[in-house]
Design a protein around this ligand. Structure first.
Ligand code: ADP
Ligand code: MG
Length: 243
């Protein structure tokens, strides 16, 4: 793969004596969405935390745009990475505007640049300006999730890490979120790693799949190739959910 956004070689991660990720080797295409698919406990969130420099690998090596995630200067490194989680994780005592713009303020952006980017993101995510002064508990779950995406994108990151951001909402709201996400991706080609346990979601949103099971990569490749040629019973089982 030419200039991947993320490249892993033999990556392992353990907590105490337990290895939760083992010998991960794959690369993700830049400017596209890669889905990390696996059931609960397969190590998906831990993998994102390695890319976000929350943890360092205990084996192997990681490069993100050719850079090894650092043990020091992590705030600077993380500024290039947007991160959004299931349930949005918004600060409850801050308005939508403050939640989204906080990092840009800390980063010294001008008020004009902040206002412009904030307005742009609300528009991209289909959120009305009138929501700007509300608090998270005055929003629907779907709206909270959209605000979470706006916050992750505020600093125009090169890389977007999404940890099951569409899982905690009802199916109709989820379809709306998928549509907004695809719309966003057509405007801003940020390299995205999307963690999901939902193969349908992965097929719809990602051009590249990494299938994880019990901390190991079972199969990875372009979405169509994996779907057309599953090379493992576990992957075949996941694909049955698409029929
Ligand atoms: P997933 O996101 O796929 O559900 P996780 O990455 O959260 O999986 O967890 C993978 C495994 O690592 C699980 O067995 C979990 O209990 C364990 N684990 C995750 N974080 C920690 C931690 N901070 N300390 C100890 N074990 C952890
Ligand atoms: Mg998780």
């Amino acid at each position: 793969m030419i200039d991947p956004c993320v490249a892993l070689r033999g990556v392992g991660k353990r907590f105490a004596e337990q290895w939760v990720l083992r010998d991960l080797s794959f690369s993700c295409p830049a400017g596209e969405t890669t889905a990390i698919v696996g059931e609960s406990g397969s190590g998906k969130s831990t993998l994102l935390q390695l890319i976000n420099a929350v943890y360092l690998p205990d084996a192997g090596s990681i490069e993100v745009f050719g850079q090894v995630p650092p043990a020091i200067d992590t705030p600077l490194y993380r500024r290039g990475i947007g991160y959004a989680v299931q349930g949005a994780g918004l600060f409850p005592h801050m308005t939508v505007r403050r939640n989204v713009t906080l990092l840009a303020k800390l980063d010294g952006w001008s008020e004009a640049d902040i206002a412009a980017r904030f307005g742009e993101l609300l528009g991209l995510m289909g959120l009305d300006e009138s929501l700007a002064n509300r608090y998270p508990n005055q929003l629907s779950g779907g709206q909270q999730q959209r605000v979470g995406l706006c916050r992750a994108l505020m600093l125009k990151p090169r890389m977007l890490l999404l940890d099951e951001p569409f899982s905690a909402v009802d199916p109709i709201t989820r379809l709306g979120l998928h549509k907004q996400f695809l719309n966003l991706r057509s405007v801003e080609a940020v390299s995205t790693l999307l963690v999901t346990h939902d193969m349908r979601e992965a097929r719809k949103l990602a051009v590249y799949l990494v299938i994880l099971k019990e901390g190991r990569v079972i199969q990875h490749g372009p979405t169509r190739e994996v779907i057309n040629a599953p090379d493992d019973e576990y992957v075949k089982g996941l694909l049955e959910s698409l029929e």
